[in-house]
Design a protein around this ligand. Sequence first.
Ligand code: SAM
Ligand code: SF4
Length: 323
Amino acid sequence: MLDQFGRSIEYLRISVTDRCNFRCQYCMPVEGLPWLPKQEILRYEEITEIVRQLAPLGLRRLRLTGGEPTIRPDLVALVQQLKAIDGIEDIALSTNGVKLPQMARELAAAGLDRVNISADSLRPDRVKAIARRDLGFDLIAAAKAAQDAGITPIKINVVVMRGINDDEVVDFAALTRDYPWHVRFIELMPVGELRELTWDHVVPSAEILSRIATLGELRADAGPPRGNGPAVYHRFAGAPGSVGVITPMTHTYCSTCNRVRLTADGRLRTCLFGDHEVVLRDALRRGEPLRPLFEKALAEKPKEHELLQMRVGGLRALSQVGG
Ligand code: SAM
Ligand code: SF4
C-alpha cells in the first residue's frame, strides 16, 4: 500500500481509548478532557474488522495506544483478536506503565510483542507532580515486569522539560548501562492544553545528548531490533541498552513516515498533526467495504506535517489522536 509520495504504509497506531488514569502536564488538563461517549468508541470487534480489512493491503505492525490503553477493560482480549489476523507480524503497546506489573504476563500470553513505557521521572514525588496523580508508578518495577514476561525490546519514553525533569536525563541514560532497555528522550511538543508549559520548556535534542555524554562516550547505534519509530540511537561502550532522541521540534521524519493512526472513535488519520482524516466507523457500522476509504486517506496523506512551519492552531492533545 503506497501513498501518493511512494511511502509504504505498514504500521497502524490504534487508540483504544481517549481516557487516562494520569493527567500529564504536557498532555491533559487536570480536570480531564471532554471524553468520547461510549457508543462512539469502536468496539474491539470493530477495531479487529478494520485491521482485518487493512492486512491484505500490506498492514503488518500495530501499536495500541490512547489515552491509556491499559485502562480499557479486557485489553488482553483485543491483543488476542489482533494477533490472530493473517499478516499481522508485530503488536506493540504504548503505556504509562502503571498497570504493567499486574498485566504484563497476560498481555505477553495474548501475543503482545513489545512495549513503550512513558516515564518522565525516577523520583516518586516528581512522577506525582508531572502526572498529577499518585498511583505509585515505579518505572523500574514496570520495565522489569515487562522484561520478565518476555515483552521485548522495552523502550522508555521520557518527555524532557526544562526546569521540570531535565536534571534527570543523566539518571535515565545511566539505566541503559544496567538494563537492556532503550531510553528515548522526546522533545516536548506544543500541542493540547499546555497551559503550564511553553516553548521555554523545550530542551533541544543536541543539548540532551551533550548532557548525557558526561557519562561516557556515546556511539551511534542501530537501535533496538524491531523498531519502527523515528528515533536516532546511541550506546555507551559495553551497555546492554541504548539511548535515543526523538526530535519532532528540531527535525521532521515525514519523508520516511510509515504510519497511520486510528482514533478511538474510528477516524483514520494519516498525519499526527493537521486534520487529515477519514471517518471509517460509520461505513463500518453500515457494513460497507472500507477499502475506498483507505485509498482516499492515503491519497490525502500530506507530504509533511505543519508543526514546524508553525501553521498550527487548535492542535489536539496527543491523547485524543493516539500519540
Ligand atoms: N498513555 C500512553 C503513554 O503515556 O505512553 C499512550 C498515549 S501518550 C499520548 C503517547 C506518548 O505521547 C507518550 O510517550 C507521551 O509522553 C507523549 N506525549 C504526549 N503529549 C506530548 C507532548 N506535548 N510532547 C511530547 N510528547 C508527548
Ligand atoms: Fe495519559 Fe499518556 Fe497523556 Fe500521560 S501522556 S496523560 S499517560 S495519555
